[in-house]
Design a protein around this ligand. Structure first.
Ligand SMILES: Nc1nc2c(ncn2[C@@H]2O[C@H](COP(=O)(O)OP(=O)(O)OP(=O)(O)O)[C@@H](O)[C@H]2O)c(=O)[nH]1
Ligand SMILES: [Mg+2]
Length: 300
């Protein structure tokens, strides 16, 4: 039996549905998803294995057009590295997105010399004519798409077709990760992502973009009854004092709600009981502070 394997990197602008797609393909909730752009800040790996194949998907941050902070530069660096180590590239766009003629991604895509697929997402929002027009438009602009697949990641429309195309384009290759491994990051990384996801969902305006979550301690213990219990202490970093009071809310109501929502999701993810403690810390300019960014895992 020949074994096929490869790295399949998912790129595209913020909010087009890259993380939704990776989760749909991997069949697990690896990447957080919200309706806000710049939800994903790191490169997140989702591994899908069968007897004769292994696909290592990389979900990446959306390409930030005008980086305002060092954090954005780091996010774009994660994207650039995906051009270097891919066996197959999925360029995801959606029905709503418009690219300028001179968008820098276009020449980059034209120079990709491995299988490059155009994935047009959110077709549940478009008519057939509109989808066909979009397919034609993209293919006229960029001649080297090997495949064009219109999908709805949310409704899993055509994601099987995409999966089969990926599988048939995989090169012969080794088993890179143990076959039962789903990702390369530790559980506590996903815990911080879940808390960040809830912050993105519960708070408005600049708050989601000014916060980062750090897990200070993560201890697996037992309850008195002998059930598994994870004790987690998380620090929420904000850039300003006003943001701290927004996170906490009147009489601590907002942070209490955040804590409850996050705890429930962490319990679902870890399948264990969770005790979650959170504190808020002001750290001006963390998005521009190299050392701080490294601590948050933006090094590469
Ligand atoms: N209607 C529709 N919405 C979708 C579809 N796929 C994703 N979405 C929605 O699009 C929004 C963005 O999805 P994400 O998966 O977070 O997008 P992303 O490309 O990973 O975004 P960043 O991490 O910010 O770069 C969410 O609200 C999703 O529910 C789809 O097929 N149809
Ligand atoms: Mg994402």
């Amino acid at each position: 039996m020949t074994h096929k394997s490869g790295f399949v990197n998912i790129i595209g602008r913020p909010n087009v549905g890259k993380s939704t797609l990776m989760n749909a393909l991997v069949g697990e909730r690896m990447s957080i998803i919200t309706n806000k752009p710049q939800t994903t800040r790191h490169r997140i790996i989702g591994i899908l294995s069968g007897d004769d194949y292994q696909i290592v998907f990389s979900d990446t941050p959306g390409i930030v057009k005008d980086p305002a902070y060092k954090m954005h530069e780091a996010m774009n660096r994660f994207v650039r590295t995906t051009f270097d180590d891919a066996d197959i590239m999925l360029f995801v766009t959606d029905f709503f997105e418009k690219y300028d003629e001179d968008a820098p991604i276009i020449p980059k895509l034209k120079s990709v010399d491995i299988p490059l697929f155009l994935v047009i997402n959110k077709i549940d929002k478009a008519s057939e004519e509109e989808i066909l027009a979009l397919i034609q438009d993209w293919n006229e602009r960029i001649p080297n798409f090997q495949e064009t697949i219109p999908i709805s990641a949310l409704h899993k429309t055509n994601t099987d077709t995409l999966f089969n195309l990926i599988k048939s384009n995989l090169p012969e290759g080794p088993v890179y990760y143990p076959k039962d491994q789903l990702t390369d990051k530790p559980e506590r990384f996903f815990v911080s992502e879940i808390i960040r996801e809830k912050i993105l969902m519960l708070y408005k305006q600049e708050i989601p973009y000014s916060t980062e979550v750090s897990i200070e301690s993560f201890k697996e213990t037992k309850t008195k009854k002998g059930e598994d219990l994870i004790r987690i202490s998380a620090l929420i970093f904000v850039a300003r004092k006003t943001q701290k009071s927004i996170i906490i809310g009147k009489e601590g109501k907002a942070i209490k709600r955040l804590g409850t929502e996050a705890r429930k999701s962490i319990e679902a993810f870890t399948e264990k009981k969770v005790f979650l403690e959170m504190h808020v810390k002001i750290k001006e300019n963390w998005r521009d502070d190299e050392r701080q960014l490294r601590q948050f895992g933006y090094n590469h």
